[in-house]
Design a binder for this molecule. Sequence first.
Ligand code: ADP
Ligand code: MG
Length: 259
Amino acid sequence: MTETQPALLAENINVTFGTTQALKNVTLRVDKGEMVALIGPSGSGKSTLLRVSAGLQLADSTSGASRIFGDRVQEKGKLSPGVRRARAKVGFIFQQFNLVKRISLYSNVLIGALGRMPGWQGVMGRFSPEDRKKAMDSLERVGIAEYAGNRAANLSGGQQQRGAIARAMVQGAQAIFADEPIASLDPVSARNVMRLLAELNEQDGITVVVTLHQVDYALKYCRRAVALKAGEIIYDGPTSGLTRDKLIEIYGDEYIGVL
Ligand code: ADP
Ligand code: MG
């Protein structure tokens, strides 16, 4: 696929849980190199949109398609044959520090290389010297190389999130999808993680899609925000347009500085 393909194109996505319509005909396009915040109060559909976009969750059969860098993820509620290839281009970061707790930080980061290996190689987990060097280089880059030998369980939340970012780098991810990556962090760690995402976006051209309920961080680190309310996009534009008055207009009492 060509360079002109958007990093993400999710078209006419519907998701229903029982009687809840979590997403209502949502279309999201993110171009290569963008850093976009998905904002909205709890339950507005941020996580569902991110998960469906990456094929971690199926949309309803009434939906259109989701594609990542042109590779089809799902269409009409069915996973596409190319989903593995599409997913390999995305590094995931979640609120609940998704590292393997009982193994070292270094091993966790090295695991990222499996995402680049085709079929059986990935299963066998044969790491090359280049993979190992890349793992250490990435740990240096995110500033936690000194903890390489520590078990992930013994690291702080901020260190674990940086580890997840280093793992995405080893994977060679062209995009990072981060679902509330700073929601469980103290303000200093939160700032550092957002700075790191912004740096990877600016310096390495990695596309970042990040869900945040802390609007301040979206305003500070992202140029574009997509605001969700009850499963619908009600604002998609520059974060500079999200003034306090605009946020109150959109969310009413739900907006109290945070969502
Ligand atoms: P957000 O990330 O913005 O908090 P979610 O995408 O998690 O919102 O949820 C959107 C809506 O879908 C909510 O009403 C939520 O309760 C519902 N929902 C999400 N996941 C599930 C699920 N696995 N089962 C049932 N309902 C769900
Ligand atoms: Mg969520």
